[in-house]
Design a protein around this ligand. Structure first.
Ligand SMILES: [Zn+2]
Length: 201
């Protein structure tokens, strides 16, 4: 059994955490998840300190709001959303935003920024007294809403992604995960009451 190949997630770690042999076969190469579809966003730049990756931020998104399965989230993160397709799109199409990873309802993963780069997901934010969370965080979007239960596949994949990130970035661990609502409480409420934090603890 291969458990020590370079960059692999810690299989032993998952066994300890879950008591199950979860199928952990996700790897990170060049700061990209090998199991993710790579769709690079232009809304990405350099971190002030590439070595400082020390927070995971959980978000949710759906476009149009409450609808799942379309291509609109990718379009938003790639500045290709067409305002005439939906009134809400007209409001947000000028936004320059991104996240590192989107986990769809199906569990499929799309990655928009390599983890060593800065994605634009948090906005004005503060974590434990430190501002500008984009500088030092990884943003994970779940396709969903704040009132719709997330899918079993999303929790399973999210846990694998978290294990993989924690195994690859020394500054990350399960204690350093926040909701967007935690780091921008005046502005944001995602991922919402529908997110079951106990399932990633
Ligand atoms: Zn958010």
């Amino acid at each position: 059994m291969l458990i020590e190949f370079n960059g692999a997630c810690s299989i032993a770690n998952s066994i300890v955490k879950t008591g199950l042999f979860r199928s952990v076969n996700m790897m990170i190469n060049n700061h990209c998840l090998d199991q993710a579809q790579q769709v690079m966003s232009p809304n990405v730049d350099e971190r002030p300190d590439e070595e400082d990756i020390s927070l995971l931020v959980i978000h949710c998104i759906s476009l149009p709001p409450g609808e799942f399965g379309g291509e609109y989230i990718q379009q938003l993160f790639c500045n290709q959303l067409h305002g005439e397709k939906h009134p809400y799109f007209a409001e947000i199409q000028q936004l320059k935003v991104s996240a590192h990873v989107l986990i769809r309802r199906s569990g499929d993963i799309i990655q928009f920024a390599p983890f060593n780069k800065r994605a634009w997901h948090a906005g004005q934010s503060s974590y434990q007294g430190r501002e500008r969370c984009n500088d030092f965080s990884i943003g994970i979007e779940l396709e969903g809403t704040e009132s719709t239960p997330y899918t079993e596949r999303q929790y399973a994949v999210l846990n694998e992604v978290i294990d993989c990130l924690c195994a690859n970035y020394a500054g990350l661990n399960r204690e350093r995960i926040a909701g967007h609502n935690d780091i921008a409480p005046e502005r944001k409420t995602d991922p919402g009451d529908s997110f079951e934090w106990a399932r990633i603890s």
